[in-house]
Design a protein around this ligand. Structure first.
Ligand SMILES: [Zn+2]
Length: 236
């Protein structure tokens, strides 16, 4: 029985473990998570800004409606003044007084609107900057998703190839030996079989007593051996 096939199975399993680790630790995943968090925060901020913008715009519309009504009132008063219908000095004075009062109010409203423009401009600039940032972030997230999909495809292809190698290597192995290997692999961090190199086990990297090394070297090649230190299958 060739224990080299068991080491080939071990090598394939180690590679498959590494591929799974690579798949779940793709650097793009962390970047995508960060980008998605920034998008969520940006959207929340955008909603806040749009609500703020709407509130200011409503105040502006209110002032503008009042200005329009005041302009109309002044126009109609002017019309009465110059129509010749009103002749009594007291009436003319009353109309003039109302016109003056409304014009004062209009002037005040104009100031209010100018103030609102000062107030609304920075909000609009902030919304525009945020929208640009969100566009960039969306593009970044889309690129990262594509990269993850591509990397996952590459890993799946590589895994299929290695699984083929593992099946070929495992095909010739004794099922009992394979079961022992699987059990050890589960228990010992993914390594169930290791090679004896010189006087040390490549599974635990500890040096075996020289009497044990000598005994292993004398033992028949098909005898199943285990490392005294870590319990893994030891392949001479
Ligand atoms: Zn060992």
């Amino acid at each position: 029985m060739s224990f080299d096939a068991l080491l080939a199975v071990q090598a394939a399993d180690t590679t498959l473990d590494q591929l799974r680790h690579r798949r779940s630790h793709l650097p793009q995943r962390a970047e995508l998570l960060a980008a998605e968090r920034r998008v969520a925060a940006g959207r929340a901020k955008g909603e806040e800004l749009r609500a703020q913008h709407q509130e200011i715009a409503q105040r502006q519309a209110g002032f503008e409606r009042e200005m329009q009504a005041s302009d109309q009132r002044v126009a109609s008063l002017d019309k009465r003044l110059y129509s010749g219908e009103v002749t009594a000095t007291r009436d003319l004075q009353a109309i003039n007084a109302e016109v003056a009062q409304i014009k004062g109010r209009i002037s005040h409203l104009e100031d209010e609107v100018l103030q609102i423009l000062d107030e609304i401009e920075p909000v609009e600039a902030e919304i525009a900057a945020l929208d640009t940032e969100l566009e960039h972030l969306d593009a970044t997230a889309a690129r990262l998703r594509d990269e993850i999909t591509a990397a996952e495809g590459d890993i799946a292809q590589e895994a299929a190839r290695v699984e083929g190698e593992r099946s070929a290597a495992a095909a010739g192995l004794d099922p009992g030996l394979l079961a022992t290997y699987e059990k050890l692999r589960d228990r010992l961090g993914g390594i169930g079989a290791a090679r004896l190199e010189g006087d040390h086990c490549t599974g635990c990297h500890l040096t075996l007593p020289s009497t044990e090394v000598a005994r292993l070297k004398r033992a028949p090649a098909d005898e199943l051996a285990f490392c005294d230190q870590c319990g893994r299958i030891l392949v001479r």
